[in-house]
Design a protein around this ligand. Structure first.
Ligand code: DC
Length: 219
């Protein structure tokens, strides 16, 4: 089991997919699950500030996770009560609300159970914020990917532009700052490097170099 944690836009998914490919492992992006729950809450008109209502929504929902085909925009597909949330995971409203939904303890409890079940057979790379600390504390290899906020904002801008979209560097930077703040300061499972995690700063490394480093550490 390989746990990869780190802040938004630190490259966890791109790196995780490639590491899993190299090792013949499965890859799961747990951020997709928090995004799918956020999509569900917005769709059902549940107030994302109402923690009890959001937790009740998750407890009543059937959440199914699977890998997508190689090269898909999302590495992890999430179905909620049979509806495919995957095309909506990057919607602006989901983006704006996911940090609020993911700080609700009841949401985390439910999703952590599903994540542990996915990893139970082993042969898995899992990316998120609390994989090494909470979900898989016994993971064989724990990585904390970091990069400066400026580098992450620029990478995200390039990703959007390369996909044919329009992006403003300063608003991406401000959004990362806001999300980093919520993810790192929440009471339940805040973003932090797990004890024993290898911290890799990717400011001056490309994806292949990071992948190589992790494969070396894991084998
Ligand atoms: O990695 P991402 O940007 O898709 O994550 C979306 C949000 O989900 C992010 O604001 C933090 C939250 N998250 C979390 O709290 N725990 C995880 N294991 C994964 C994501």
């Amino acid at each position: 089991m390989i746990a990869i944690d780190g802040p938004a836009a630190s490259g966890k998914s791109a790196v995780g997919v490639a590491v899993a490919g190299r090792l013949g492992f499965r890859f799961f992006d747990t951020g997709a699950m928090y995004r799918a729950v956020t999509w569900l809450a917005l769709r059902r008109n549940v107030d994302v500030h109402d923690e009890a209502a959001v937790a009740a929504l998750v407890e009543a929902a059937t959440i199914t996770v699977r890998e997508t085909d190689p090269g898909s925009a999302e590495a992890t597909a999430v179905l909620v009560d049979g509806d495919d949330a995957t095309p909506h995971l990057r919607d602006p409203e989901v983006e704006a609300n996911v940090s609020l939904v993911s700080r609700v303890p009841g949401v985390r409890r439910a999703l952590v159970l599903i994540q542990r079940a996915l990893a139970a057979e082993g042969g898995v790379v899992m990316a998120g914020r609390d994989i090494g600390t909470v979900v898989l504390p016994d993971a064989d290899c724990k990585i904390y990917l970091d990069a400066s906020r400026e580098v992450r904002a620029e990478r995200r801008r390039r990703q959007i532009v390369d996909a044919g979209g329009e992006a403003d560097y300063n608003s991406l930077l401000a959004d990362l700052e806001r999300r980093d703040g919520i993810d790192s300061s929440r009471k339940t499972s805040p973003l932090t490097a797990a004890p024993g995690a290898v911290i890799i700063n990717t400011d001056s490394l490309n994806i292949d170099e990071v992948v190589e480093r992790i494969v070396e550490l894991a084998t």
